[in-house]
Write a protein that binds this ligand. Sequence first.
Ligand code: ADP
Length: 266
Amino acid sequence: MVDVDQYRVKEEPYYRTVSDEVTLYEAAYAARMPVMLKGPTGCGKTRFVEYIAWKLQKPLITIACHEDMTASDLVGRFLLDATGTRWQDGPLTIAARIGAICYLDEVVEARQDTTVVIHPLTDHRRNLPLEKKGELVTAHPDFQLVISYNPGYQSLMKDLKQSTKQRFGALDFDYPAAEVEAEIVAHETGINMTVAEKLVAIAHRARNLKGHGLDEGISTRLLVYAGNLIAKNIDPKSACHMTLVRPLTDDPDMRDTLDAAVNTYF
Ligand code: ADP
């Protein structure tokens, strides 16, 4: 038996609503429509799913996808133990059985032959064949699938097939508007709004460099990191260099450009 309680989000996560995403998601959940969250890394997708799971009072199972992930990592496998072989459900199977919201984070990282195992769960069938075990699991009525996807990393090699994409309703996520993002950073870290606004202004400078030497802009997550260090009485300049600049680039010229941007604010 699975302990469902371990998958419950016990306390309300802080989530600052940005647009109509909560209303749309709730309607999608009511229709048990699979949902895709599109957007850059660190912009609030995971926090949003945690908040939704809490709001709907459903267990949440999160799976971080990677390119070595196999279908067995999702559905389960036979294990050898002292008494012989024993089947162990994978996280997707557990989610289908207990009626969890199953969040496949960065699904595009998984190989396409892995991604197809979710197909029967995303249409009217709502089932999951465990081929090796010879069992067809019917999804619990509360089960729902949500995936995240960063279109920025899209390449010919790595993209979702149309046959996968077209099984989802999609919500666009992005870094929030400046004042909202500052509010989030201040709330998450305890720094004051004036400092939070400066951090956001630095992020805006860096985001303009995306595609001009930077693969990704400074995420909200990194702004929260900077705020956390500043809240620990670290000098803002050093905090920004450590959290907003060094993680983003290895290129010395770009590093100097970003350091200079930091230095104009602090
Ligand atoms: P993603 O899943 O998009 O990579 P996360 O959900 O982990 O990003 O967001 C990174 C961090 O940014 C969160 O831990 C949280 O501190 C903050 N954050 C971003 N957007 C929001 C939001 N709308 N409300 C509250 N916190 C947010």
